[in-house]
Write a protein that binds this ligand. Structure first.
Ligand SMILES: [Zn+2]
Length: 161
């Protein structure tokens, strides 16, 4: 895993007063800042008591731990997490999650072609599982529409075995 500029808790507390007061941990690449900002600027007006507890990368995707009962705010969080898998964690340009081939142990990371290592580039193109781009919020399924940049209500994703 190569090093790259990262957002830390102090940065978030300065940029978004109040939202990260009780947060424990923030550690993601700066390429995802616009996605995090969009989440907060969408969710905060819907839930003025919005608190974020943790922000990190898991399986190559942004993960935001935030406890809000407001459906619109939860949907904004789901959108941010899905959208991160379309954006390079280093620079924010279009990218996808680089998944190592079977039997190979390595981190999953979301990078553009420029920032992926030669090794990561050799792992192939975007691989999409049956759940890719889908998220369930309060029992309703939504799908991320990349072109329109919105979450749209959807039928449950087709599950394949
Ligand atoms: Zn990049």
């Amino acid at each position: 895993m190569h090093e790259f500029p990262r957002l830390k808790l102090d940065d978030m507390q300065q940029d978004f007063p109040g939202v990260f007061d009780v947060a424990r941990y923030v550690d993601v690449g700066i390429g995802w800042l616009p996605i995090i900002r969009e989440f907060i600027e969408t969710a905060l007006p819907m839930d003025p008591s919005l608190s974020v507890f943790e922000v990190k990368s898991k399986w190559g995707a942004l993960r935001i731990w935030s406890d809000t009962p407001v459906i619109g705010a939860r949907l904004a969080k789901a959108k941010a997490e899905i959208k991160s898998t379309y954006r390079c964690e280093i620079c924010g340009e279009p990218g996808f999650v680089r998944r190592p081939p079977p039997g190979r142990y390595a981190w999953w990371q979301c990078f553009c072609d420029e920032h992926a290592s030669e090794d990561q580039r050799s792992w192939g193109t975007r691989l999409q599982g049956p759940m890719y781009g889908y998220e369930q919020v309060e029992g309703q399924w939504y799908r991320y529409d990349e072109d329109a940049d919105v979450m749209v209500p959807s039928e449950p994703p087709a599950r394949s075995r």
